[in-house]
Design a protein around this ligand. Structure first.
Ligand SMILES: *[C@@H]1O[C@H](CO)[C@@H](O)[C@H](O)[C@H]1NC(C)=O
Ligand SMILES: *[C@@H]1O[C@H](CO)[C@@H](O)[C@H](O)[C@H]1NC(C)=O
Ligand SMILES: *[C@@H]1O[C@H](CO)[C@@H](O)[C@H](O)[C@H]1NC(C)=O
Ligand SMILES: *[C@@H]1O[C@H](CO)[C@@H](O)[C@H](O)[C@H]1NC(C)=O
Ligand SMILES: *[C@@H]1O[C@H](CO)[C@@H](O)[C@H](O)[C@H]1NC(C)=O
Ligand SMILES: *[C@@H]1O[C@H](CO)[C@@H](O)[C@H](O)[C@H]1NC(C)=O
Ligand SMILES: *[C@@H]1O[C@H](CO)[C@@H](O)[C@H](O)[C@H]1NC(C)=O
Ligand SMILES: *[C@@H]1O[C@H](CO)[C@@H](O)[C@H](O)[C@H]1NC(C)=O
Ligand SMILES: *[C@@H]1O[C@H](CO)[C@@H](O)[C@H](O)[C@H]1NC(C)=O
Length: 610
């Protein structure tokens, strides 16, 4: 009897193993958040059985170019940056002229249908009033190959008086687009039929105003068991952010809110290291189990008390959490934390295809001749293509930069008037990191205020730079009638003016080049040394022992508003001498992720060790 039962059990186990698709374990799993670190807000993700059971995510990129990064995963743990849906300036040429650091590409929705991937998003001009429809340039781009940036189409624009557009295909084949409306003098969610080929919009209706939180936005529609579920974000994207939901038997409404709203939030939860949780999207896996992604910031329980983002300027990142459905037909979202237990995960596997690298990978870029810039390198607004050259003749294994007149501050703090700044960087992706490059500057800098350096930049109102700059030498004890000679200095300079407070810190310190450094290639480095400070260092390339710190800034002087911190190199003549006044050479680009904080305990441990 016992033996027979054992046999049955063995058969049953075997049968269950066959039922679960290849590679998916039957055991619940534990995984870590964020899944895509650094500046990757407003995630929208899908599961695509047609492409080898792969998940894909898109996120907001604001003024970063290339933009609309697409990540792919085979196991929900390893996320590879596979393409950028916006990689050609002429897809959205208007971005070069957008005023305000909070303009740019907002909240894409990624969807897949009948072999085609769709990214639907808004290019926002924050300087126009909310009720001026020109503020919202809604568009969609498509591809059959999500692994190729070049394959993403030119945009089809559609007129929709709001933002955060999300497509939905009803059973009868009609396509709708939902969004956050601004047409009336109250905020809420709208939707309308949309012709995906022409961009023609049908009758707009406004079926839900949310639960009363500020800024109802980021809507997505899902159909399940005959209900239309409307998922939304409310409360604003900071400390009161939350995920809410309503449903109706009819897409036109009326929508009844979930009794348990908000379904996911960290508002008022001071125990959560992950704050601002909201702006979710839902998808299923091969077993039909439900998951959600959302944005969150690793800010700790003091988030919301000034100063904002007490320790980390990483920005809004992508987090994952399991979802279950109750008998009453409403979903339950697992609270977001650094380590989440939930649904089984597929076996570990990294996507083979795609142009980029894993989202938390280190950089060791030596700019090989014939190569292009890695796809995770970004410019601030659209770049002037001829200002960047990889390994030009005579300067192999370098990135040659031609200088811009504008420095990263720009002439009015956050605007470039289409002229552009010579800058290229990569997102901060770890709580603690070290970023460095070597700079061949000596024969490049010939006139006053010519400068090449590294920057930790949140936006044009908040950045700290360490540069090599040519300045007139000190005029102390002047006895000569000749003009003062020019001399290279190390300059540590910054600007920190946040949306929450006035200018708090603007160091401008110069140091004559230490003896023996003149004419040499120099290493410039930015390091997050602990949970509160960044250190800016320089030294002769290849002489590790001589690298020394020239300045510090605090993380809370680089407050993320919508984007997140980017680390990179710039070349400028600070308002003088015209465009492309000099060319300089960057080599040996390294970014090393040293540590990832996933809880307040991680922060405390790290600070204790230092
Ligand atoms: C909206 O902004 C555009 C661009 O600045 C301007 O030309 C237009 O007159 C504005 N429309 C309204 C209704 O204010
Ligand atoms: C949304 O709010 C407006 C203004 O109060 C109101 O007129 C409208 O009926 C509301 N819409 C819904 C669907 O409740
Ligand atoms: C958080 O607390 C404030 C103040 O008590 C309250 O108004 C708000 O509704 C709370 N938010 C959530 C999501 O519970
Ligand atoms: C497995 O994970 C799901 C989703 O989080 C949860 O509902 C379920 O209780 C877990 N099962 C076990 C045995 O822990
Ligand atoms: C990045 O480099 C550091 C230092 O060598 C290493 O500890 C870490 O594992 C590397 N990260 C990845 C994702 O390879
Ligand atoms: C300038 O003159 C003062 C007084 O003679 C002297 O102490 C100082 O060292 C001089 N500075 C330089 C840079 O030569
Ligand atoms: C010294 O001062 C004179 C008169 O101001 C100025 O023309 C000259 O450039 C200065 N020279 C140096 C070396 O600072
Ligand atoms: C981090 O390092 C800076 C610079 O050395 C120091 O001033 C600061 O107190 C440190 N912070 C912590 C939390 O240890
Ligand atoms: C940037 O360049 C402008 C001139 O275009 C100059 O006035 C300003 O001092 C420079 N530096 C900073 C940090 O803004």
């Amino acid at each position: 009897m016992f033996a027979a039962n054992m046999q049955h059990l063995a058969l049953l186990t075997c049968f269950l193993a066959l039922l679960s698709p290849l590679g998916i374990s039957a055991q619940n799993s534990t995984f870590r958040n964020p899944i895509i670190t650094g500046f990757h807000p407003d995630p929208s993700c899908i599961f695509v059985p047609d492409l080898d059971d792969t998940w894909f995510c898109a996120s907001s990129s604001f003024l970063a170019f290339p933009g609309l990064p697409i990540h792919a995963s085979r196991d929900l743990v390893h996320w590879k940056h596979v393409s950028n849906a916006f990689s050609r300036s002429d897809q959205l040429p208007g971005m070069a002229f957008l005023p305000k650091a909070t303009s740019g590409i907002y909240a894409p929705t990624l969807r897949f249908r009948e072999g085609i991937f769709y990214v639907v998003a808004t290019l926002v001009n924050q300087q126009l009033p909310r009720v001026n429809d020109s503020r919202w340039d809604n568009f969609l781009v498509t591809t059959e190959d999500p692994y190729s940036s070049e394959a993403w189409s030119d945009p089809i624009h559609f007129s929709f008086p709001g933002f955060d557009p999300s497509p939905f295909w009803d059973d009868d084949g009609t396509t709708y687009v939902s969004g956050a409306h601004t047409a009336a003098y109250y905020p809420g969610i709208m939707h309308a039929p949309l012709d995906l080929e022409t961009g023609e919009i049908g009758n707009i209706i406004m079926p839900w105003n949310g639960t009363g939180g500020s800024s109802p936005e980021g809507p997505h529609i899902f159909k399940r068991d005959g209900w239309y579920y409307l998922l939304a974000a409310e409360g604003g994207t900071r400390e009161n952010h939350m995920v809410t939901m309503a449903r109706s038997r009819n897409l036109q409404g009326p929508f009844e809110p979930a009794p348990a709203n908000p379904l996911l939030t960290a508002a008022n939860d001071t125990s959560s290291y992950f704050q601002a949780v909201g702006h979710a999207d839902l998808f299923q896996d091969a077993n039909g189990r439900w998951w959600a992604v959302a944005l969150a910031v690793r800010a700790g329980g003091s988030y919301g008390e000034a100063p904002y983002f007490a320790n980390l300027p990483l920005g809004r990142e992508t987090v994952l959490t399991p979802v279950t459905w109750e008998e009453d037909g409403w979903p339950v979202f697992t609270p977001v934390s650094g380590e989440v237990s939930g649904w089984p995960l597929p076996a570990e596997e990294i996507p083979e295809q795609g142009e980029g690298q894993l989202s938390d990978a280190n950089d060791s870029v030596i700019f090989p001749p014939g190569s292009k810039l890695p796809i995770h390198f970004v410019h601030w607004r659209l770049p002037t293509a001829r200002n960047y050259a990889v390994s030009p003749p005579g300067h192999w294994h370098t990135l040659a930069l031609k200088s811009s007149v504008l420095n990263l501050t720009g002439f009015d703090g956050d605007y470039a008037l289409g002229r552009g700044q010579t800058f290229v960087g990569r997102r901060m992706a770890h709580s603690l990191f070290r970023f460095r490059v070597d700079v061949d500057w000596a024969s490049s800098l010939t006139k006053e205020e010519m400068e090449v350096g590294v920057s930790a930049i949140q936006d044009q109102a908040q950045h700290f730079d360490l540069g090599i700059v040519l300045l007139e030498s000190s005029q102390e004890n002047n006895t000569s009638s000749a003009p003062p000679p020019l001399q290279p200095y190390i300059r540590f300079r910054g600007h920190s003016e946040t949306p929450y407070r006035g200018l708090t810190n603007a160091p401008s310190e110069i140091y004559p080049l230490p003896g023996g450094w003149a004419g040499q290639k120099l290493t410039l480095q930015i390091e997050a040394v602990n949970s509160t400070h960044f250190a800016f260092s320089a030294g002769p390339a290849g002489k590790e022992a001589e690298i020394r710190v020239f300045g510090h800034c605090r993380g809370d002087e680089l407050v993320p508003y919508y984007s997140g911190l980017v680390l990179g190199v710039y070349a400028t003549s600070n308002g003088k001498h015209g465009e492309r006044a000099f060319e300089t050479y960057i080599s040996n680009w390294q970014y090393i992720g040293l540590r990832q904080f996933r809880s307040q305990e991680d922060v405390d441990d790290a600070d204790r060790e230092v």
